[in-house]
Design a binder for this molecule. Sequence first.
Ligand code: NAP
Length: 461
Amino acid sequence: MRQVGAGSKARWRGRWASRCAAQAGCRLLDLEIESAESAGADAVAELRRTAAVIISFHDFQVTRAIRAAARRLRRFPADYYKLVTTATRQSDNCELLEFLGEANAAPGEAGKWLAFCMGEAGAPSRILALSRGSAFVYAAAAAPAAAEPSTRWSRAGDDPMQGLAAPGQLDCATLRERYRAERLPPRTALYGLLGCPVGHSIGGAVHNAAFRARRMDAVYLPLLASDLKDFRRAAERYPLAGFSVTIPHKQAILRYVERADTWVKLAGAANTVRVRRGRWEATNTDIAGMVTSLRKFYGLSTRQSLPNRFQAVIVGAGGAARAVVIALGALGCGNIVVTGRDPAKVRRFARSFHLETIAMDELGRERFDLLVHATPVGMWPNRAESLLQPKQICAHAVFDLIYNPPETLLLRLARAQGSRTLSGLEMFLTQAAQQFEYWTGEQAPLRQMSQAAQSELALMP
Ligand code: NAP
């Protein structure tokens, strides 16, 4: 019986509710440490005559002084002790997971402790708790209604408690099926997505499906972090075997990388890191994936380039547009024109790569071989939007980097007027497969990864 609130009245109500629950036949009672302290050891002992008792400690703000909290809990003989704090950084998860190891090794305490972190950043501790000896872990019976599947545990901007008993709680199906939380051994290889936010990604579904398909003892975790210094230390403590990197860390992560490949050097950014004998090595599969997808689309072997007079137009001037310029350059395309909503930004972007620019309203006057759309317009949930009108879709082929939905309105309009189309989902899967191979050295199970992505996307309301 978790009692939220303070003061003697609330504590009395908690005690009374616990006693009623025990009398009604409840077999396991969760009693807050504050209620136990106010009721006294005799009352707790009396409760234990009718039901098993968990004495629990919650910190809804931070993770600190967990050993002092554990001493406070141990003062009451109990069937289980629960230590739950709030993760504000990745190393908080490590604190709790390491504590579980210590507690389970203490004489007479094996199997008595539950420990994990609340909050979106605490997801790794919830997923790994059982593998590190937590007696059990809490999960919501069902995913909150209408939540984006991969954010079922982290509805940023919404009520963080919607459908959940605690902030950051995962639902039971996700914990069991995606993360295999009950079957992970203590030394499972750990991978994940570093970023802030991370809840929008379908990478968790795709990479965990790949590990399952290859029967690999590995799991891919959401690693929400804004403090890279702390993340570096946490990565050693988990320890992580590799991770994907997303906004806003793709450039800043290079400060911690000891070896980077050509794609990283060309882009000045990395989206994939692997750990080899403690050293961080990086690649950029956003670019490598784009090159591979375009090669496949145009039927080019690894030695072939795009034709000499091939002309491309890129709509957008952000990070993905940058990757497109580098990828097209690697394929030998020298005729690239850029456009976007903010002429000054587009000019700055074009200058940095020595490219031409074109105004958005001039699109349509000239025909290109390829148009690449690199803005978020048309992305879920705004699927009815297209940045370009049919008359502006002026290319033999259109590549929309958006992968959710796999076929955007822009691609439908392009197809309707006879252009060939390439979906961002193709590129996403290609780059995810390259990440898998970079980390594991094994061939990626593309079919299963694609199925996982499709099912995840199909669940979107
Ligand atoms: P970004 O760095 O934030 O850049 C976004 C670009 O879109 C900027 O040029 C921005 O213009 C423009 N933009 C944003 N909202 C706009 C609007 N309402 N109207 C017109 N232009 C708008 O983002 P990014 O990383 O480049 O990502 C762009 C897209 O690529 C996203 O949809 C992302 O999901 C997709 N992507 C896909 C993959 C994949 O694997 N398939 C990989 C990476 C990215 P301002 O500069 O004026 O704001």
